[in-house]
Design a protein around this ligand. Structure first.
Ligand code: SF4
Ligand code: SF4
Ligand code: SF4
Length: 317
């Protein structure tokens, strides 16, 4: 029997999700045994025209990592969608916009200006900014168009499954492979992780105490047995889906929220803000101002992984 065909692609991505697949160590051989890899830019030399030549729906499974923030990534997302039976948003960037999604707090023009003109490491006296088309002696050169708004994969094409994590843990990747191999994939639309929150899966002691001050992780040495939030360190566990094995909390670092919102929560940042407000002792206006001032980067803290997927989606200008 022919092996299922597997495609992997990275769009606006740091590469960590691809490395996570390689991190399956010897299990990568199981994946290779189970599937024929037909496209994987980081590891195998297939070209776009090879994918274009494939019949529609001839790829069984496509793991797409990274957000979509330029015209090339949008084109390949649509191409892979048309060629794939099952499309998987793999990793927090593809699922929720991820770290690249924080670009939605600014604009394309401001980003290009900062990166190509203002950055102190630049030597760009002509203040040249990349253009979509540029005429040169030999003809015309093309570059992908950078979008003003970073998009999740599902905002571009229909997606069957979501595998969160920055990057997804190896155990979850192996679970996905196993579900596929045994024909036990859940109904389309499912998130392949836990249905609980990180707090539900955390074994730190919770004493239901209120806090009066917020600390950044480097400002105190946290007790390894007690809840971070109750020690005044912002931990996004109440607003984050479980299933990661509590990687950060076990390393004595608070959860940053990379698994996205738990079931029933449509805006992870708003949920986290409400969790923080409920534990912070602020009985008067002065207390509320103190709380606001103590969260140094509210946007980055509450929407680090999911701004494009949130109710805000982007900064309104
Ligand atoms: S989810 Fe994390 S590891 Fe994966 S591409 Fe995005 S930033 Fe990198
Ligand atoms: S807030 Fe963080 S430390 Fe506290 S119970 Fe939740 S996940 Fe654990
Ligand atoms: S503890 Fe939070 S930030 Fe860390 S891996 Fe788990 S969900 Fe992601």
């Amino acid at each position: 029997m022919a092996k299922p065909k597997l495609a992997l692609y990275w769009a606006a991505s740091c590469g960590g999700c691809d490395v996570a697949v390689l991190d399956t160590n010897e299990k990568i051989l199981d994946i290779a045994n189970l599937c024929d890899i037909v496209f994987w830019p980081i590891a195998v030399d297939f070209k776009y025209h090879h994918v274009e030549a494939m019949a529609d729906k001839s790829i069984d499974l496509c793991l797409f990592n990274g957000a979509v923030r330029n015209s090339e990534q949008e084109k390949i997302a649509k191409l892979l969608r048309s060629k794939s039976k099952v499309m998987i948003a793999f990793g927090s960037c593809a699922c929720f916009g991820g770290i690249p999604g924080m670009a939605n707090f600014t604009t394309r023009e401001d980003i290009l200006q900062r990166v190509y003109v203002e950055a102190p490491s630049n030597s760009n006296n002509d203040k040249t900014i990349p253009q979509v088309t540029t005429k040169v002696a030999e003809g015309e050169l093309d570059l992908p168009e950078l979008f003003d708004t970073v998009l999740t994969l599902e905002q571009v094409v229909p997606v069957e499954y979501f595998v969160p994590g920055c990057p997804p843990p190896v155990e979850l990747i192996l679970k996905l492979v196993d579900l596929y191999a045994t024909g036990k994939l859940p109904p389309p639309g499912a998130v392949v992780a836990s249905d609980k929150t990180c707090c539900d899966e955390c074994d730190r002691i919770k004493e239901e105490k209120k806090i009066t001050k917020i600390f950044r992780p480097h400002q105190i040495i946290p007790d390894t047995k007690k809840c971070f939030l109750e020690q005044g360190i912002i931990c996004c566990g109440p607003a984050t889906r479980g299933g990661c094995g509590m990687r950060c909390v076990k390393a004595n670092m608070p959860c940053r929220g990379c698994f996205g919102p738990p079931p029933g929560v449509i805006d992870q940042g708003a949920k986290m803000l409400s969790a923080l407000a409920s534990i912070y002792q602020a009985n008067d206006e002065e207390g509320v101002s103190r709380l606001i001032n103590e969260v140094l980067d509210p946007a980055g803290t509450f929407y680090r992984f999911g701004l494009p997927d949130s109710m805000l989606k982007r900064k309104r200008l």
